[in-house]
Design a binder for this molecule. Sequence first.
Ligand code: C2O
Ligand code: CU
Length: 516
Amino acid sequence: MGGHGAAPAATVSSKPAQPTNVLRPDQNGEIQLVAKVAKQEVAPGVVKEVWTYNGSVPGPEIRVKQGETVRVRFKNELPVPTTIHWHGLPVPNAMDGVPGVTQNAVKPGEEFVYEFKATVSGTYMYHSHQDSANQVDRGLYGAIVVEEPQSAYDRDYTLMLDEWMKDDNAGGMDHGAMGGMMHGSGDGTAGQNMEGMHGTQGTQGMQGMHGGSGGAAQEMSMTDMMRQHMKLYDIFTVNGKSGSLIPPLKVKEGERVRLRLINIGTLPHALHLHGHAFTVVARDGQSVAEPRPMKDQLVTVAPGERVDIAFTADNPGTWYLESHDEGTAAAPGMKVAIQYEGASKQTDRPNETAKLPGVDLLNYGKAEKGPFTLDQKYDVEYTMELGTAMGKTGMVFTINGKTFPDTPPIRVKKGDLVKVRLINRSPMDEHPMHLHGHFYQVLSKNGKPLTGAPVIKDTLNVKPGEEYVVAFRADNPGHWMFHCHVLHHAAAGMVTQVRYDGYQSKVKPDPNDKPE
Ligand code: C2O
Ligand code: CU
């Protein structure tokens, strides 16, 4: 779709070249974003009605310099209320974009001005936080890059990964309906249904999982649901496009190239860079000390995560960065060509079904002392058990047996050192847990201290049976969401909050607000 690249007036092309449109603050220091409905060809011949910022999915890539103040004048031209959340950026609480918690949802026709200082460089994103399982799925997202003072790269590309459905009514169950099915009753007492699920592993254990109160949806086993889910998402996209619609990334021999991988979808994506040794230079925007180069290893990016990889263009030709996701026919569509200027011949072949080892991103880089240790004294300790259960009206996803807003919050005082143990008791679901307003250090996995460079993140994918310890300093007063970034899990209950003692939010929630 040629129209996608058409830049709105305030857009300036960045240096180096970008595959998406880039928006920097205008002469008045402002960035204008408008939420509106548009049409976009997401896969060859598949034109969808999408919800956008400034007319495209993703919205413009916002670029600001570290230390710069970001002022975003946001206008809502959608038929429904919405907000913008600055995912990963430690903004003041009132700018965090969570309806009913940090602001009221912006009603159709209304405006809201977001203003914050971009204090930490790196790769972040923005997206709606109102009814997000639905609004983000329709396309309300974009990247925001906070540039370091001096870039070490000649090319800097941002790739946002997502999934779509060719037919929104596939199998008589549209996405909204699925969201509805998964949507919890919010009775807050799902814990009672957990018993039968503890300790079950793999697909077998799931067959017998039924809810207490009947209904067709509840008779569906989790395996069926998983299969449905994988099948329904039959288009995988990079920057809102799939397959031959994805523009190639241009490079020149000898250049240093950075690829900022961002997952805004609901499935993890395992990517393979062909033909080049590469390093992982940042996780969730935070740089990795002395990353070791590797080749032909898969980099997995979970929903909500960002992984920056870097390589030297030292192998002229055309190469792929492609999905090696298993169990889906959509993987071949998530394939980006890396094209050397002047290289005409096709040197590479896709091999998306090849089994390759994955990079262990948590034990990687040079071992150094991080801000926190396992054995220091903490002011607050919280154990977060993540679970799957049957609620009254469908599947719910729980924290300590409860669904939001009945989940117990993490109560802190400003300055507290906080340690959180994350345990995934769901038999099959991965839960990438995202904390707003703070970075945490990941200290251990399954009882073993991590060994590489300190892992500073805001989103950590916790797989079934896994247990992690993370720590952070409570240095940004407010009421902050801590939730699963599989957004339909969040919508079905898997949300809690970090709440600072004495913090007064000015927001009076109204019925338009849907915080998850
Ligand atoms: Cu990316 Cu609470 O969100
Ligand atoms: Cu989850």
